[in-house]
Design a protein around this ligand. Structure first.
Ligand code: E4P
Length: 210
């Protein structure tokens, strides 16, 4: 099980890593566009801070260019960089090639069928967008549960990294549905360890001690 930060902002990465219980960092093109520095420099900086995997999503137009882009970003830090490759049949063929020597994650996964192909294409991770799936399909955690069953039956060791998580409750439900890891924006990540009833108990203990 691992908690990941979903951000490319180096100050947010620093803050999350300093918590001591964050396993790594995920990025995507939208998140990357929010920082002014070039993506390679951003990934290099994150790899210097992150204790574990750093996910980079390929964006090039053609398969050949995506392969070249993936290998270039993997070379930034081969021990940490995981390539996020959006789930399409064409991209799964690319993943089957890249995954021979580079850890890959199938991202924007919305079905058990895509999960099955990801397992066969050598994915290390599959990434469902839970909140988006709930809004678009009706139940994001049902998707996670289906994916978990497909992974189990595939006989592979693919890990589900649940993304698009917008609350502590959604995080809990995604894990209960079978997610191995979660990636979260910093505010949600920081909220996981808090609860109003815990605060009330602390205040009560404080009053008792006065
Ligand atoms: C993870 O990195 C995903 O790309 C991200 O969570 C997408 O989902 P969201 O934009 O709904 O958060």
């Amino acid at each position: 099980m691992g908690l990941f930060l979903d951000s490319a902002k180096i100050e947010e990465v620093r803050k999350a890593v300093e918590l001591g219980f964050v396993s790594g960092v995920t990025t995507n093109p939208t998140i990357m566009a929010k920082v002014k520095d070039a993506p390679k420099g951003v990934i290099e900086s994150i790899c210097r801070l992150s204790p574990g995997p750093v996910f980079y999503q390929v964006t090039a137009k053609t398969t050949e260019e995506r392969e070249r882009e993936g290998r270039e970003f993997s070379d930034i830090c081969r021990e940490k960089v995981v390539l996020k490759i959006p789930a399409t049949t064409e991209n799964f063929a690319l993943m089957a090639k890249l995954s021979r020597d580079i850890p890959c994650a199938a991202t924007a996964v919305y079905s058990g069928a895509q999960t099955l192909v990801a397992c066969e294409a050598g994915a290390r991770f599959v990434i469902p967008y839970v909140n988006r799936a709930t809004r678009l399909l009706g139940d994001g955690c049902k998707l996670v549960a289906e994916m978990a069953k497909v992974v189990e039956l595939s006989g592979t060791s693919v890990e589900i990294l649940a993304a698009s998580i917008k609350s502590a409750e959604e995080a809990t439900q995604a894990v209960l549905a079978g997610a191995h890891h979660l990636t979260l924006p910093l505010d949600i990540l920081l909220s996981l360890g808090n609860h109003p009833l815990s605060d009330a108990a602390i205040e009560e203990f404080g009053r008792a001690g006065q």
